[in-house]
Design a protein around this ligand. Structure first.
Ligand SMILES: O=C([O-])CC(=O)C(=O)O
Ligand SMILES: [Mg+2]
Length: 566
């Protein structure tokens, strides 16, 4: 029997790259590359290949099966995978990303067939640089890194959380055109608090509890330093770190490295982008808005802070802006005198005007605050009950005729959404302005035998901003990711809707147009980098763009993004 030598990841990468065109190789190319006979004889254009793949996807029984098929296609023929994903974003993004990715992460150790990321454990801390250099594709431009400690709303999944960096990076390519070979997914394995994983004989991560916060931080320090040394051009996106670590790491590294946190800053920007449109539709002036946030983790606080910045930029004092927000966590309204030790990141929003009163439930808070907007980032399905949503509507109705409540149940995946789209429409008699984190279907109510009214949900997902933020930072050669770059991404997103979308009452562009939105976001992020003095592009380059205006910059961006060859 002949023994087979396992090819190195590097030569595998080279082989796969050379086969990227699938069945579209011309006879001449096949001869030149010694591929004759190695692939079926027919020469197919992209539409035929897409037709075959879509047929496969649509005939699979479960979303996990569809994911696995797509994942294998991405590996075998990346151009075809991205052609499909770009042209069928509405159908395929939920398979490549949330909600399906949540299920994939839960089962990652069982579904595993091949490496797709860098797996760096805390035990390998002496070899981080070597591991980074082992990555088979040269000079990555964007890295998404997680430690798996808070995957979507699913909690600590340890190394199984690696599906998130893999999924987010596929969106970097599909939504913003970063070349797939320039993306680097990483999971830092520090063990896990997840008992089910620890007991699972197939679990692929370190089978131990997480060490102290201080030890994890030292490991993170070493990782960040090594990454900057090995790949100095690379932008790092932090993803799904548990709240305290998320805030701490962002604070610790943002002025030292080119990095940002998607859950704090990306979620903040995407919600602000949607909120700007929602206020316009609501009939409640910006100054009269009162916002209750259910959930005070990294996303809740990140979003509220981004909105405070919006208010202050519109002329409100910081105190007046902050007073528009009431944050609620599992113990009730976050107040200064609640009697428990508040986590550091919650203190900024702790209320001091409650006259000693405490409000334990969301219902009590709504009764007390009379909000115009309710945002959910709790990772708890169903917390927006019928009575909560009806109370929100009642408090908005009390302000005057024709006013509409803003309701954003943003937790991911769908199994963690605070309420469904159908519930939101039903309980507000169709008046709701709605955005969720994962996608809901549109909802039609039959009014008579041949009359019906269809409601369109919005998906307020980070995918509208993080790819453009990363692309803008890369193309501007930004040395840091500044607050202004993030803020600008939200304003740019709000301005990216076309006339048809505005007419339909949407607050985000249709997901099919996410690539258009990313170009606009990237352009504004680049300009903000320039204004903040962190763009390392030449002065001459910037002066040319300033002379020729946005179209010239858009042209430059479009020339630098990946479009599948198919
Ligand atoms: O991944 C998403 O769709 C949004 C997000 O960052 C999260 O829920 O952690
Ligand atoms: Mg996330």
């Amino acid at each position: 029997m002949t023994s087979r030598i396992l090819p190195s990841l590097r030569s595998m990468a080279a082989n796969i790259t050379s086969l990227r065109q699938g069945l579209s190789f011309t006879p001449e190319q096949r001869i030149a590359k010694n591929l004759t006979g190695l692939i079926p004889h027919v020469m197919e254009d992209s539409s035929k290949q897409c037709e075959r793949a879509l047929k496969m996807i649509r005939t699979r029984q479960t979303n996990i099966d569809r994911y696995l098929y797509l994942s294998s296609l991405k590996y075998q023929n990346a151009d075809l995978f991205y052609r499909l994903l770009i042209d069928n974003a509405k159908e395929l993004m939920p398979l490549v990303y949330t909600p399906t990715i949540g299920d994939v992460c839960l089962q990652y150790s069982t579904l595993y067939t091949r490496p797709e990321a860098l797996y760096i454990s805390i035990k390998q801390r002496k070899s981080i640089k070597t591991i980074l250099r082992n990555w088979p594709y040269p000079n990555p431009e964007i890295c998404v890194v997680t430690d798996g400690s808070r995957i979507l709303g699913l909690g600590d999944l340890g190394v199984n959380g690696v599906g998130i960096p893999i999924g987010k990076l596929a969106l970097y390519t599909a939504a913003a055109g970063i070349h797939p070979d320039k993306t680097l997914p990483i999971v830092l394995d520090c063990g896990t608090a997840n008992e089910a994983n620890l007991k699972d004989p197939l679990y692929l991560g370190m089978r131990s509890k997480r060490p102290s916060v201080a030890e994890q931080q030292e490991f993170m320090d070493e990782f960040m330093q090594a990454a900057a040394e090995v790949y100095p051009e690379m932008v790092v996106q932090f993803e799904d770190f548990e709240s305290e670590k998320a805030f701490n790491y962002l604070d610790r590294y943002r002025n030292k490295y080119k990095c940002f946190n998607d859950d704090i800053q990306g979620t903040g920007a995407v919600v602000l982008g949607g909120y700007i449109g929602a206020v316009n539709l609501s009939g409640v002036p910006l100054e009269e808005q009162r916002l209750v946030f259910m959930g005070a983790g990294s996303a809740g606080v990140g979003v509220a802070k981004q909105l405070v910045e919006y208010y202050t930029k519109r002329g409100l004092s910081e105190q007046a802006a902050r007073d528009k927000f009431w944050l609620v966590d599992t113990k009730g309204l976050v107040t200064k005198d609640r009697g428990d030790k508040l986590a550091e990141h919650k203190k900024y929003f702790a209320r001091g005007d409650n006259n000693g009163l405490q409000f334990k439930t969301l219902e009590e808070v709504i009764e007390y605050v009379k909000p115009t907007a309710l945002v959910g980032l709790t990772a708890t399905f169903g917390v927006f009950t019928e009575s909560v949503v009806r109370a929100l509507k009642a408090s908005v109705d009390a302000g005057g005729l024709g006013r509409r409540p803003i309701l954003f149940p943003l937790s991911n995946p769908l199994t963690k959404a605070e309420c469904t789209f159908e519930q939101a429409v039903t309980w507000t008699d169709g008046t709701v302005i709605f955005a969720s984190g994962s996608p809901f279907s549109q909802f039609t109510i039959k009014l008579g035998s041949d009359q019906a009214i269809t409601y369109h949900p919005n998906q307020g997902n980070n995918v509208y901003v993080f790819p453009g933020i990363g692309l803008g930072a890369i193309l501007a050669k930004a040395t840091r990711v500044t607050d202004n770059m993030i803020y600008t991404s939200a304003a740019a997103l709000a301005g990216s809707l076309n006339a048809e979308e505005v007419h339909k009452g949407l607050i985000y562009p249709r997901i099919e147009r996410v690539r258009d939105a990313s170009v606009i976001v990237a352009r504004e992020v680049m300009k903000a980098a320039r204004r903040d003095g962190v763009s390392a592009l030449s002065e001459e380059q910037w002066l040319t763009w300033e002379e020729w205006g946005d179209p010239a910059l858009d042209k430059y961006i479009k020339e630098h993004i990946y479009d599948p060859a198919l």
